[in-house]
Design a protein around this ligand. Structure first.
Ligand SMILES: [Zn+2]
Length: 127
């Protein structure tokens, strides 16, 4: 990395990765809002941080997620951008744009639900 260059965060926040999602991915701090969690999970897909995806999924829903298929999906996709459409305390609507494993431009629009357990935010499900 060239000195002085700002390494913008993958999540599109226009903040540097070091001051945005990286501390969450490293586990040195925790998202204080559902939107921050959503953004950090997107960055986790980009950086193929499968354990972060699993750990930040609500324990009730974790059984539906398979680390191997998360890794395959994260690796097979070329992540382009994240746009947050709206967010409230426990919901985030977003559009993630990526090239799928066939190079097809794909827009994934989702309305995600989150819950807070013992002061930590978790992803529940999306539709
Ligand atoms: Zn970020």
């Amino acid at each position: 990395m060239s000195s002085g260059a700002i390494n913008l965060c993958y999540c599109g926040s226009q903040k540097s990765f070091e001051t945005c999602c990286e501390p969450f991915l490293l586990g040195t701090s925790f998202p204080s809002t559902a939107e921050e969690l959503m953004r950090s999970r997107y960055s986790a897909y980009v950086t193929k941080n499968v354990s972060y995806i699993i750990e930040t999924t609500s324990p009730k829903f974790r059984k539906y997620y398979n680390p191997k298929s998360i890794l395959e999906w994260a690796s097979g996709s070329k992540w382009i951008s994240l746009e947050i459409r709206s967010s409230s305390e426990n919901r985030v609507r977003f559009v993630a744009t990526y090239l799928d494993e066939n190079g097809q431009l794909t827009r994934h629009e989702e309305d995600s639900r989150f819950e807070k357990i013992a002061d930590r935010w978790y992803f529940m499900d999306g539709k």
